[in-house]
Ligand binder design. Structure first.
Ligand code: FAD
Length: 374
């Protein structure tokens, strides 16, 4: 079997490792446009549930990644300056670069040769490769090579966000909501190394325009955001890494493969970053595709099985992600609620946590909530 993997993000690195592990005789060529060590963004979170799937499927990779992670048990919502703690929400975080380095190490351990600084501008030839895996992210060349064949759709949310880092370490995964004269802002922030944190600033399109970000350069944008979140950052600076304002793209595909091309990770679907699942989904896709290729010798059968088995599970998570994204699109309206009502509204945003489950998961928060709203 000859396989071309386009993209060495989490999806591409992990699927190439799994395929070579299962088919040592296969030729697997991985093409990545960036040099090794380059990446966008800062750290990513993975929920405890996300780590459980990895532990069950691939304990060795789980064992490699978890020591490099920061862990915590609570989530904090800051609204009107009040900190509301929601206990029992286990999360871990890791630097995106560090995760890529560990996954690269896994791929190289089974003999994969990775070709960096090699951007593909056209789809690999069908007579050279039995299978081409599009692990090439939101702007996927493979998906765009045949949007009708894949049944691709793409739309953009209206909020604007910018992905920064900072040296200010935060105790827990925190969502801070702030009111300014230009409008309302939120920051998603958490520590992913001892002295490094992710800091994503988000606001509505209207507030973004009112604040005049369109006319600001990088430095002015950072200074403005530092001022909005001065109480949160306690004087720490924001750091850029290809950081620019974006609108989140919602990507879906009715058919996951077309001929000998198949999509995984962000090339196939995006999940709003507020549920912290894109990386986990990318890695789960890799496991599902590798499992299908292990069980079905015929590639067409394997690709059909990959979508049939994985889609029902994925659809549930994407539905939760879409609800969470819709909540953020209207976050400034929700901010009219008092801090504890607001925190309750926030937890229920994806429709996946009912009151009985919340009583079990977050007894401390529930007791406080009852006291405050009695
Ligand atoms: C603000 C923000 C915060 C996020 N936070 C989290 C989080 O907390 N937790 C989480 O799990 N996920 C998070 N995500 C999502 C996560 O980053 C993605 O879901 C994940 O990176 C998807 O992995 P991937 O391998 O599919 O794609 P990518 O990581 O995008 O990798 C694709 C790779 O393909 C390469 N490539 C593209 N085109 C070509 C080409 N033509 N030739 C060669 N190479 C090519 C790119 O250079 C890139 O390296 C966040 C996303 C955003 C935007």
């Amino acid at each position: 079997m000859r396989v071309a993997v386009v993209g060495a993000g989490p999806a591409g690195l992990y699927v190439s490792y799994l395929l070579k592990r299962d088919h040592p005789g296969a030729t697997i060529d991985v093409f990545e446009q960036d040099p090794p060590g380059a990446t966008f963004g800062f750290g990513v979170v993975l929920s405890d549930t996300a780590l459980d799937f990895l532990k069950a499927d691939d304990p060795e990779t789980h064992g490699l990644i978890t020591p490099a992670m920061e862990h915590w048990h609570d989530l904090t919502v800051v609204h009107r300056g009040e900190r509301v703690t929601i206990d029992g929400m286990g999360f871990s975080a890791i630097g995106r670069l560090e995760l890529l380095q560990l996954l690269r190490q896994r791929a190289e351990s089974v003999g994969i040769q990775l070709t960096y600084r090699h951007r593909l501008d056209k789809v690999p030839e069908e007579d050279v490769y039995d299978l081409t895996i599009g692990a090439d992210g939101v702007n996927s060349l493979i998906r765009q090579s045949n949007p009708q064949g894949f049944g691709s759709t793409q739309s953009f949310l209206t909020n604007r966000f910018i992905w920064y880092g900072t040296r200010q370490p935060f105790d827990t995964l925190t969502q801070t909501f702030v009111e300014t004269t230009d409008g309302r802002f939120t920051a998603h922030h958490y520590r992913y190394a001892k002295d490094l944190s992710t800091f994503i600033v988000e606001t509505s399109g209207q507030t973004w325009q009112a604040a005049g970000f369109e006319q600001m350069d990088d430095g002015e944008t950072r200074t403005f955001c530092e001022q909005v979140f001065s109480a949160t950052l306690s004087g720490a600076k924001l750091m850029s890494n290809n950081s620019h304002w974006r609108r989140f793209p919602v990507i879906r595909n009715a058919r996951w493969s077309s001929g000998n091309r198949v999509l995984i990770g962000d090339a196939l679907h995006t999940a709003h970053f507020s549920i912290g699942s894109g990386t986990r989904l990318a890695m789960e896709d890799a496991i599902a595709l590798a499992t299908a290729l292990r069980e079905y010798p015929d590639i067409a059968d394997a690709l059909a099985d990959y979508q049939a088995r994985r889609k029902p599970v994925l659809d549930k998570i994407l539905a939760g992600a879409d609800k969470s994204a819709a909540w953020y699109e209207a976050f400034s309206q929700h901010m009219d609620l008092d801090p504890y009502e607001f925190a309750m509204n926030y937890i229920g945003r994806s429709g996946r946590v009912d009151p009985a489950r919340l009583e079990r998961m977050a007894p401390g928060f529930m007791a406080q909530y009852r006291r405050r709203t009695a």
